[in-house]
Write a protein that binds this ligand. Structure first.
Ligand SMILES: Cc1cc2nc3c(=O)[nH]c(=O)nc-3n(C[C@H](O)[C@H](O)[C@H](O)COP(=O)(O)OP(=O)(O)OC[C@H]3O[C@@H](n4cnc5c(N)ncnc54)[C@H](O)[C@@H]3O)c2cc1C
Length: 424
């Protein structure tokens, strides 16, 4: 690592010379861009190409103002249904159960009304700042054309499915952004190609969507490199934290670092432990199928509220994104979960061509309280954690980058980050 003169942060405070950011998903590239903007000598390391993790295959929805935690009151009642395999959008593998049990037990504790409310309130403090953070990076990286500003429409066939959103709506009313309740006619007016089988809708006008999340992450990475940042390919396996600068082991190489940012998504738990943080990070797996675009199809992302899947119009077709599969990181994929949703998708969008061009499995990094970890390691103040963004990682990535850069520079991030400490 080059030995430049010690630089100052934007407020004149001393700042580290060399920062290593580990993980080039939406969170890592956003951190790298912001840190580079502050003038740091930044190396972004990933074992593969930028954006090939969860940031590639998500539903592409920027859920600005959303704050609904995974654990919601009454969720324990659904567990037998999940274990039965009857709900393809929320599946659990029996074999993984013993391993998942401690995380699940914590998730259930976090689903109590008081905990869910506190978690939603914490997420809302981030959600309020997500949109300007996205706008900032979209302008800097020339990715405006990838952003669709038409909101998100969730539709419900049965009263039971709509009524089941009551807890989430109550939290959203208290803490989240704006939404509208639609009737059947209003749904038809908004999206005429959706079958007339849906009686209720929830429309979130402030949400945006991306037509190609992978290309956006790549554009962020290219801007970072174009601005003098260094991109290295290699697996980070460990650290030497006994001396300064610190050392990050990348394959057989060593990279010196005055500060380290860990942004390795669902793979963060073991590395965080080495860096002084014991964090109950779990994984919520999710699949997608790419289907051909329709000649006349939906113009904005849709969610089928009864069957829990999203359909997003993207540059290379329609993306059908699955809900959640609870299984370990290493368990082999079972694309059957997402394929079983195809008949419901066809019923939702008559004329849908269900011949898939690709299938994908990704990993959401999720803590039982649904709050990401954003802040310093409990042991090493020059090591920063930026992971655990669960279903909202695409949305919160740019904001997290800004917050981490503020912490590294010693600036006030303007948001109380105590709820997002590693050991909370
Ligand atoms: C089906 C599905 C749909 C989703 N839909 C949405 C949505 O609509 N909106 C939304 O906001 N979010 C959505 N999400 C969640 C979102 O995709 C994630 O929260 C987000 O992408 C996480 O970003 P990340 O940068 O933390 O992790 P990742 O994108 O997974 O990046 C982590 C990176 O770390 C690298 N890495 C890991 N270990 C190492 C190592 N030891 N050495 C070097 N590199 C390493 C990996 O290669 C990877 O590139 C969805 C997720 C799924 C699965």
């Amino acid at each position: 690592m080059s030995e430049g003169a010690r630089i100052s942060g934007r407020d004149g405070r001393p700042a580290p010379r060399g920062v290593v950011v580990i993980g080039a998903g939406i969170v890592g590239v956003s951190c790298a861009l912001h840190l580079r903007r502050d003038g740091h000598d930044v190396t972004l390391v990933d074992r593969g190409e930028p954006g090939r993790g969860a940031s590639r295959g998500n539903a592409g929805i920027l859920v600005h103002g959303a704050c609904i935690p995974v654990g919601l009151p009454g969720m324990w009642r659904d567990i037998p249904k999940f274990l039965s395999g009857m709900e393809p959008h929320f599946a659990m593998r029996w074999r993984s159960l013993p391993r998942l049990a401690p995380w699940l037990a914590r998730l259930l504790r976090e689903s109590r009304a008081s905990r869910a409310d506190a978690n939603a309130a914490a997420l809302a403090t981030l959600a309020r700042h997500a949109k300007p953070a996205w706008r900032d990076l979209v302008e800097r990286t020339g990715t405006r054309d990838f952003v669709v500003r038409k909101g998100w429409l969730k539709v419900y066939e049965s009263d039971a499915a709509f009524d089941a959103t009551a807890n989430a709506r109550a939290l959203h009313d208290r803490h989240g952004g704006r939404y509208e309740i639609l009737d059947a006619d209003e749904i038809r007016q908004m999206e005429p190609t959706v079958a007339p089988i849906f009686t209720r809708g929830l429309y979130f006008p402030e949400f945006d969507s991306l037509t190609d999340p992978l290309r956006v992450v790549r554009a962020f990475a290219a801007t970072f490199v174009g601005g003098g940042g260094r991109l290295e390919t290699g697996e980070v396996t460990g650290f030497d934290l006994t001396a300064r600068p610190r050392t990050v082991r990348v394959g057989s190489d060593k990279v010196a670092a005055d500060a380290i940012v860990l942004a390795t998504g669902a793979w963060s738990r073991g590395l965080a432990r080495q860096l002084g943080g014991d964090v109950p990070l779990g994984v919520e797996r999710g699949y997608h199928l790419m289907l051909p675009a329709m000649a006349s199809g939906p113009t904005r992302p849709l969610l089928h509220g009864d069957h829990g899947f999203a359909i997003t119009p993207m540059e290379d077709g329609l993306r059908l994104a699955h809900g959640v599969e609870l299984a370990s990181l290493a368990a082999p994929p079972d694309y059957g979960w997402v394929r079983r949703l195809l008949p419901h998708a066809e019923r939702m969008l008559p004329g849908l061509d269900t011949r898939e061009s690709s299938a994908w499995l990704g990993f959401r990094p999720t803590l039982p309280d649904s709050r990401p970890v954003i802040g310093p390691s409990p042991v090493y103040p020059d090591v920063y954690f930026a992971f655990g963004h669960q279903h909202y990682g695409l949305t919160l990535g740019p904001l997290t980058g800004r917050l981490i850069a503020d912490l590294v520079a010693g600036r006030d991030p303007g948001i109380d980050l105590a709820p997002f400490r590693a050991h909370r």
